[in-house]
Design a protein around this ligand. Structure first.
Ligand code: G3P
Length: 225
């Protein structure tokens, strides 16, 4: 369901991509993805999962907790994410960090349920560590570049290539994404040239005045031609 090169748009808790607007933005991303022949997934907030799933593009949760069903209040159960129709979940985003043992448990729970795991990590060394948990994807995201519009692929290319190298040494089957500041098609093309198999981005699309134009630019950067 999640093919590479992959573009994941994280809606975070941005007002611009909450509730009905999450659905509206997903419709635009879905039509751009189809037209450009690129796999685009979205990560809306948990209460929006079900309505965004209806749009028809792959949907990821932003976070799950490493729990089994039971008496837990205020947590996100992987089974609930699955039943909402999501394909999987981001884990350990720098804005929603987890301890190493929690990350490992989340990856295991997602795998048990046939859900995709996308584990974020702040630097190549942490990417190597989380790759040993055998997630489907690792996404390297230097926190200091998040939301700055300064693309990791342009200003810290060595972070991307090093993350790819270290993750593939652990397990060539774990796919590597990069994120932070990715804003243009050129940023995406550069990321793919460095060995990333896709990108994770947020503000350049979610906060754009023209969602379609911003989405077309980044998504075209992931086209194979
Ligand atoms: O999850 C993606 C994110 O952290 C990157 O954010 O706004 O720099 O694209 P942004």
């Amino acid at each position: 369901m999640l093919e590479t090169p992959l573009v994941i748009v994280n809606f975070k808790a941005y007002a611009e991509a909450t509730g009905k607007k999450a659905v509206e933005l997903s419709r635009i991303l879905s039509s751009v993805a189809e037209r450009e022949g690129v796999c685009v997934a979205v990560a809306p907030q948990a209460p929006d999962l079900r309505s965004v799933v209806e749009v028809g593009l792959p949907v990821l949760a932003q976070h799950v907790d490493p729990l089994t069903p039971g008496a837990h209040t205020g947590w996100i159960l992987p089974e609930a994410v699955k039943e909402a129709g999501a394909a999987g979940s981001l884990i350990n985003h720098s804005e929603r960090p987890l301890r190493a043992e929690e990350i490992e448990a989340c990856v295991r729970r997602l795998r048990e349920l046939g859900l995709v795991s996308v584990v974020c990590a702040a630097d190549p060394g942490l990417c190597r560590k989380v790759a040993s948990f055998r997630p489907d994807f690792v996404a390297v995201e230097p926190p200091e570049l998040i939301g700055t519009g300064r693309a990791v692929s342009k200003v810290r290319p060595e972070v991307v290539s090093e993350a790819v190298k270290l993750v593939k040494e652990v397990d060539p089957g774990v796919r590597v994404l990069c994120g932070a500041g990715i804003s243009t098609g050129e940023d995406v093309r550069t990321a793919l040239k460095l060995g990333a198999e896709g990108v994770l981005l947020a503000s350049s699309v979610v906060k754009a005045k023209d969602w379609r134009a911003a989405a077309e630019d980044v998504v075209r950067g992931a086209r194979r031609d």
